[in-house]
Design a protein around this ligand. Structure first.
Ligand code: PMT
Length: 336
């Protein structure tokens, strides 16, 4: 297997540094992963689409491109998958964030879990009102529920403008294997625009998986002892090679999810130190829609919605994404 397949496309700007024992272990895990696991069947098709998208937007002066990852990855238990492990993420953060990045002039590659929330369509697909109610006729040439019309029209106009300008490329994954192959492929292509690339890694990625070589082919049978014992391997942390090798000049934002508020900042700072990227958005499962912490090497900034904003259903992404964008812009300026 050549260097390029393993994700070591030459980067003239990559810093040459000694690696420590931990990094070597991670590197070996990653090496084994991409060598042993099967690439998704659509990898080459996706690669071509992404290459065309990046090339098109790279020619537009000042155009920045963000990769938004969104939703949860599954962990299949059988190769002919009947059962799998999943997580809670509905992809709300990723879908909302994508709309805000598009509002701010970014082109967006949206790498999302299949059937999770999508930008724009989320306004009706997961509304408590059926979308048909928005369109149902009143029998007199109007609609039954006109109160929804202005908002839906606004969403439709934005969607149409984004679509006609070709600003959004959506790519889906289901399991953690597909996610990692697609992430590496997209990253290597996006890295060609250097500092203009922004990575916004909001997907909830499984930490454990069953390698293809250890997975059973057929449906796991019940009976016998009545217990199901599973042994899972650790998923390689891709943030480290992403930051250090695949896209060393991009601005990278990762997310940190915890349930215990007392360890959030410390864990986020640990991630920044380990991976050497630019920012972490910390959030707690139960409060993630109205409170996040923005952490960089020099600051810890609380971003909270007040009671009025919560009552008005304000989206917190609209508050902290401009902060991310201004840091990304500073990153680009500083490189010049
Ligand atoms: O979808 P919602 O319901 O709106 O929820 C949004 C969210 C809570 C999922 C989101 O805000 C969030 O916190 N996403 C990251 C959750 C997560 O997987 O955290 P983690 O601690 O497992 O991973 C930390 C970072 O390392 C992540 O940026 C991840 O992309 C990265 N990672 C994770 C695993 C792995 N093998 N390699 C990685 O690089």
């Amino acid at each position: 297997m050549d260097d390029e397949k393993l994700g070591h496309r030459s980067q003239s700007s990559a810093p040459h540094q000694r690696i420590n024992a931990d990094e070597l272990r991670h590197f070996c895990q990653l090496f084994r992963f991409f060598l042993a696991q099967q690439a998704p069947l659509n990898l080459q098709t996706v690669a071509k689409r992404v290459a065309a998208f990046v090339e098109k937007h790279s020619k537009i002066s000042g155009r920045k491109i963000v990769l938004v990852t969104s939703g949860g990855t599954t962990v299949p238990l059988e190769t002919q998958t009947v059962r799998f492990i999943d997580n809670f993420s509905a992809g709300t953060r990723g879908a909302i964030s994508t709309e805000f990045f598009l509002d701010h002039g970014y082109a967006v590659i949206f790498l999302h879990r299949q059937y999770s929330l999508l930008p724009y369509s989320r306004h009706y697909s997961h509304s408590t009102n059926c979308f048909l109610d928005f369109m149902a006729s009143d029998g007199n040439g109007g609609v039954k529920a006109p109160q929804y019309t202005p908002k839906m029209l606004q969403v439709l106009n934005k969607y149409t403008a984004v679509k006609s300008a070709g600003l959004l490329e959506t790519i889906s994954f289901v399991d953690v294997n597909e996610y990692l192959f697609l992430l590496r492929e997209i990253t290597l292509t996006l890295s060609t625009i250097n500092e203009r690339a922004l990575f916004y890694l909001a997907a909830a990625v499984s930490d454990f998986y069953i390698p293809i070589g250890k997975m059973v082919h057929h449906k796991i049978q019940s009976g016998g002892e009545g217990l199901l014992k599973l042994e899972l391997d650790q998923v390689p942390k891709v943030l480290s090679p992403l930051v250090k090798e695949w896209a060393p000049r991009a601005y990278v934002v990762s997310f940190k999810l915890e349930t215990d508020p007392s360890i959030l900042v410390q864990k986020a700072q640990g991630a920044l130190k380990n991976y050497g990227h630019q920012a972490v958005i910390g959030n707690i499962l139960s409060t993630r829609k109205h409170h996040v912490v923005l952490i960089t090497s020099s600051e810890v900034k609380d971003v909270r919605l007040n009671e009025f904003q919560i009552a008005e259903n304000t989206e917190i992404e609209g508050v902290f994404i401009p902060e991310i964008i201004s840091r990304h812009d500073a990153w680009i300026r500083q490189s010049k």
